[in-house]
Design a protein around this ligand. Structure first.
Ligand SMILES: Cc1cc2nc3c(=O)[nH]c(=O)nc-3n(C[C@H](O)[C@H](O)[C@H](O)COP(=O)(O)OP(=O)(O)OC[C@H]3O[C@@H](n4cnc5c(N)ncnc54)[C@H](O)[C@@H]3O)c2cc1C
Length: 259
């Protein structure tokens, strides 16, 4: 078992002896620094949420940075990694919708080679990923958008901070130089076994081209990919209603104000 920040690993083992074979990768300094080239950004495995907040990234990352500020408290953000959040594959992981909205890729290495998967192909179930047991996730890759891009993130929990999400939404809107919409990606977490993109809504918003009134275009049927459950944090109906509201609000933050 690989340990990065250990903030998911250790709480999951409270009350029982740790008998896993553990590989602690925290001393590998090369896995820490975010880098950038013409293709996009590389976020190595040990990048913490605090590293992300302090990296001086462009508005494309505003949503993921907002997620970072809401993950646990500062002590957690200082230790916990973005890759760990992804590899843990909790349905309510706050980082995963942001990575889906960024269209991020996952770089895996083993002694026999390396491969890349999209985040959508990497997370395959509740706490299940496509990572083989001999593989390490070495980095995440965020492609550079074609035009100007901004993103948003909204999380609903039973209280404001230090809470497991009831519903979580991240959205990215890319514009051409004239301000028309070129691409939209919206992902919802905590409302299905695996966080889901709302592809149908994305296609309809791109077809409109206009960045006015994005939130008004969102309807109940756009949430079709979601399959929320009843649990201690909320009912399925409440989750669905919350997701609808959060999607509208996330898009409202990215639309042009009324003329
Ligand atoms: C008090 C508290 C509050 C929290 N609040 C939030 C919250 O608000 N939102 C939220 O989403 N999460 C929250 N978490 C969960 C956790 O902090 C995050 O998911 C964090 O990002 C996990 O990162 P880590 O580096 O600590 O992962 P670790 O615990 O080190 O690892 C998590 C899992 O990923 C695997 N793994 C880690 N790195 C790799 C790698 N490079 N390659 C392959 N496998 C790997 C590990 O084997 C393990 O299975 C909280 C946790 C605590 C204790």
């Amino acid at each position: 078992v690989i340990i990065a920040g250990g903030t998911d690993f250790y709480p999951a083992r409270v009350g029982r002896p740790i008998d896993d074979d553990v590989v602690d990768i925290t001393a590998v300094a090369e896995l820490r620094r975010i880098s950038e080239d013409t293709a996009g950004w590389r976020i190595p495995a040990l990048t913490t949420w605090t590293d992300l907040i302090e990296a001086g990234l462009p508005p494309l990352f505003d949503g993921l940075i907002r997620a970072a500020r809401e993950i646990g408290g500062v002590q957690i953000q200082n230790a916990a990694t973005i890759c760990g959040n992804l590899c843990n594959a909790s349905p309510a992981a706050d980082g995963v919708p942001g990575l889906l909205a960024l269209d991020a890729g996952v770089e895996l290495v083993s002694q026999t080679g390396s491969r890349r998967l999209s985040v959508a192909d990497f997370v395959i179930g509740n706490r299940r990923t496509a990572r083989r047991s001999d593989e390490l996730v070495i980095a995440l890759h965020v492609p550079r958008p074609r035009g100007a891009a901004r993103s948003s993130f909204l999380k609903l929990g039973a209280r404001r901070y230090l809470v497991i999400s009831i519903a979580v939404v991240s959205a990215v809107v890319e514009r051409d130089p004239a301000g028309a919409i070129e691409a939209v990606r919206i992902a919802v977490g905590a409302c299905s076994e695996v966080p889901q993109r709302l592809h149908r809504l994305e296609r309809e918003l791109v077809a409109r081209r206009s960045a006015h009134g994005l939130a008004d275009a969102v309807a109940d049927h756009h949430l079709e990919p979601l399959a929320p459950i009843d649990d201690i944090r909320g009912t399925a109906a409440y989750r669905r209603d919350a997701a609808l509201t959060l999607v509208r609000r996330a898009l409202a933050e990215l639309e042009d104000p009324p003329a």
